[in-house]
Design a binder for this molecule. Structure first.
Ligand code: PNS
Length: 166
């Protein structure tokens, strides 16, 4: 039986940290479904379709991209996991400050769906400070994004913020 995992997140946008986690997940699982949460309750810079397209663009030249699917979802993550018949969720933990939120989310998901477990992965230590919100702030103020996000994301962020009113 093939081992499949969901890698859920907002991915608004995908960062070098996410890509590092994805590469690690692809080593551990036969396939990984990146599940882009499109949640009307959250403000996002990129639409669901834009986030999916950016992820696809960023992984298209990776040796492991054959193992990856990208999908959008709305609603509860465990409902999407059930629909896909997957019982492993992957989440990244960058530092201790992430842990409290991740622990609560993992236990909430387990209470809702006891058969679904969360696996935590750590990114490369050089990437532990990168977050989508930091990246958006740098982009907003016109900073250099090259060491934070893949090229297509840097270009997309620049376009999004080029007409910003300060
Ligand atoms: O990248 P993020 O924003 O930290 O990802 C959080 C995400 C999207 C995985 C989480 O908010 C989520 O699963 N949302 C869907 C709604 C849900 O299932 N909530 C219950 C778990 S707390």
């Amino acid at each position: 039986m093939s081992k499949v995992a969901l890698f859920p997140g907002s991915f608004d946008p995908i960062t070098n940290g996410h890509l590092d986690l994805l590469k690690r997940a692809a080593k551990l699982f036969d396939s990984v479904i990146i599940t882009v949460a499109v949640n009307n309750r959250k403000d996002s810079v990129f639409t669901g379709n834009e986030r999916v397209e950016l992820i696809e663009e960023c992984i298209k030249n990776k040796s492991w991209n054959g193992q990856i699917e990208v999908e959008q979802f709305t609603g509860l993550l465990i409902d999407f996991a059930r629909k896909k018949n997957v019982n492993v969720l992957i989440r990244g933990v960058r530092q201790i400050s992430d842990f409290e939120y991740e622990f609560r989310m993992a236990l909430t998901n387990r209470r809702l769906a006891p058969d679904i477990d969360t696996v935590f992965l750590m990114p490369d230590e050089q990437l532990t400070f990168i977050s989508a919100s930091i990246v958006k702030e740098i982009a907003y103020w016109g900073g250099d994004l090259d060491s934070f996000v893949p090229k297509p994301v840097a270009i997309a962020l620049k376009n999004k913020f080029k007409d910003k009113s300060i």
